[in-house]
Design a protein around this ligand. Structure first.
Ligand SMILES: *[C@@H]1O[C@H](CO)[C@@H](O)[C@H](O)[C@H]1NC(C)=O
Ligand SMILES: *[C@@H]1O[C@H](CO)[C@@H](O)[C@H](O)[C@H]1NC(C)=O
Ligand SMILES: *[C@@H]1O[C@H](CO)[C@@H](O)[C@H](O)[C@H]1NC(C)=O
Length: 488
């Protein structure tokens, strides 16, 4: 009997090899291919690359993936996937919650601005950047967050302090100023705690992380590598955090890159004469990819003229819900539209729920149930007979996974395109599937890098990697162009 088992296993392997050779030799139209390189190790490097450059017409710095901040414990790729799935889901819940409780613009009568009670921001995560603040400048690493607007740093002395790398010390800065009541303090909206005697802010993040402190004025310095060329942004409004509690991943605070008047991007725009930024994200699982450039000002526009663009929408007042909303029309699979009902992507006129946003702080794209199930079914129908399906949901948190250990060199999958209004976002293999090993160099798996939600759709950072993504607030557009981010 044992020999029959062996023979049937050999037959199975031959059939598998035949199928994978067929996939390899005859790439199908509408499929995308990846030439595999087996991971040589499980650990990522933790070097830091914090070079900054001044571009001629703007400012450039570097986004640092979470695994390259020296303080963070070293995780395997599998552990990072599991962590990022959880944080993506958590962030999606709280970004969704905030927009649900906000007054919907086209339905102003439904709720008045004053009734807007949610102070909760999406839990920040993902990439961080350097910020220099004070006179003389003190430099910090803080989370870069496209889902929130406030810029804040933990200040010394703090009454409640989280474990940060370093704190901003206002007592040694000659440009630090607190402020009282007035329009600047009112710009905090319902994150204003009080203004007597000084303007106090409070922010609550989804995982119960909080920051409370003085909404103050400082000088922010945009500087080049050697510090020789600098731009001083005076009267920059930021939160000097005195009571802070939570996990801010070994950073000193948050740089809010969302819309609205108090965000980092809005405040430096008047000095750069342009409210735009773009970034080019490298995979945070790639051990060689510790540098992802971010550009502010006109330097943010890719020099390549083939940029694809879709309109940036403002369904809410950006001062209330500062997210980058766009219109997604459909998703195409293997070159054909899936004809997903538009209700999956639109904001519900009655409730204000739903919609689609771009976000750098959500790792995996989160899709409304109807859209997610449609994409999932399409992949399963196409791939279950080509590769060996495995249940890796406990290990990864992702649902559609395959063992591709037998596909030695090349693996092909149907293409996936997000059909935004006016332009397609054509994904490459690495934007669709996440590759990892479980035991070591001998095995190889892939999982569909999408998550399911009910409500807000979030176009996350795995799907943006190796694209330069432009947030052009001046012209109310989101643009993208495929590039090798390492070449920028
Ligand atoms: C900080 O937050 C944790 C939960 O995240 C909570 O258990 C703890 O009591 C909080 N500490 C303070 C001082 O608020
Ligand atoms: C612009 O992009 C296209 C397509 O992505 C590419 O073929 C071309 O080489 C790029 N041009 C420049 C100047 O980078
Ligand atoms: C996206 O893919 C479609 C279909 O293959 C193609 O016609 C289109 O030019 C692509 N767009 C970009 C920007 O590469």
């Amino acid at each position: 009997m044992a020999s029959w088992t062996k023979i049937s296993m050999v037959i199975l392997l031959v059939v598998q090899a035949y199928i994978s050779c067929a996939a390899l030799n005859a790439p199908k139209a509408g499929w995308v291919t990846k030439h595999l390189q087996r991971p040589d190790g499980l650990k990522t490097r933790t070097d830091r690359h914090l070079t900054e450059k001044t571009a001629s017409n703007g400012w450039r710095t570097t986004l640092i993936p979470p695994n390259y901040r020296g303080e963070v414990e070293k995780l395997t790729v599998l552990e990072m996937i599991r962590r990022d799935v959880e944080t993506s889901k958590e962030r999606a819940r709280f970004l969704d919650l905030r927009s649900r409780s906000a007054p919907y613009k086209r339905n102003k009568g439904r709720r008045m601005l004053e009734d807007f009670v949610s102070k909760i921001q999406g839990t920040p995560g993902g990439y961080s950047m350097e910020i220099s603040i004070g006179t003389p400048p003190q430099t910090f690493v803080a989370l870069a967050d496209t889902g929130s607007d406030l810029v804040w740093l933990q200040c010394s002395p703090c009454e409640i302090c989280f474990d940060s790398t370093s704190n901003f010390d206002p007592s040694v800065s000659t440009s630090y100023q607190t402020q009282g009541c007035g329009p600047t303090c009112d710009a905090l909206g319902n994150n204003k705690q009080s203004c007597d005697p000084t303007c106090q802010y409070t922010y609550l993040y989804g995982d119960q992380s909080t920051t409370l402190g003085d909404f103050s004025l400082e000088t922010v310095t945009l500087q080049n590598v050697g510090g020789s060329a600098t731009t001083s942004v005076t009267g920059f409004e930021f939160g000097c955090g005195r009571r802070n509690n939570g996990t801010f991943s070994g950073t000193s605070g948050i740089v809010g890159l969302a819309r609205g008047p108090i965000s980092f991007t809005s405040q430096i725009a008047k000095y750069l004469n342009s409210n735009k930024f773009s970034y080019c994200l490298l995979s945070s699982y790639d051990p060689d990819s510790a540098r992802s450039p971010i550009y502010f000002g006109d330097a943010a526009v890719p020099s390549n003229s083939t940029i694809s663009e879709t309109a940036l929408l403002s369904p809410y007042d950006p001062a209330v819900v500062p997210y980058y909303y766009v219109s997604l029309r459909d998703i195409s699979f293997g070159g054909s539209p899936l004809s997903i009902p538009s209700s999956a992507f639109e904001i519900d006129q009655k409730t204000g729920n739903g919609g689609v946003i771009f976000d750098s702080g959500t790792t995996y794209t989160v899709l409304d149930t109807v859209a997610y199930q449609s994409v999932k079914t399409a992949f399963k129908n196409s791939l279950d007979s080509v590769y060996t399906p495995v249940d890796a949901s406990d290990l990864t948190g992702l649902e559609v996974c395959y063992d591709i250990s037998a596909e030695i060199d090349t693996v092909s999958i149907p293409s996936l395109t997000f059909n935004f209004a006016g332009a397609d976002f054509n994904l490459s293999f690495d934007n669709i599937m996440i590759l990892f090993t479980i035991r070591g160099a001998g095995d190889y798996y892939m999982c569909l890098a999408l998550l399911e939600s009910s409500g807000l759709n979030i176009y996350g950072n795995v799907q943006q990697q190796n694209f330069q993504v432009l947030y052009d607030v001046d012209n109310e557009k989101i643009g993208w162009v495929g590039v090798d981010c390492k070449s920028l």
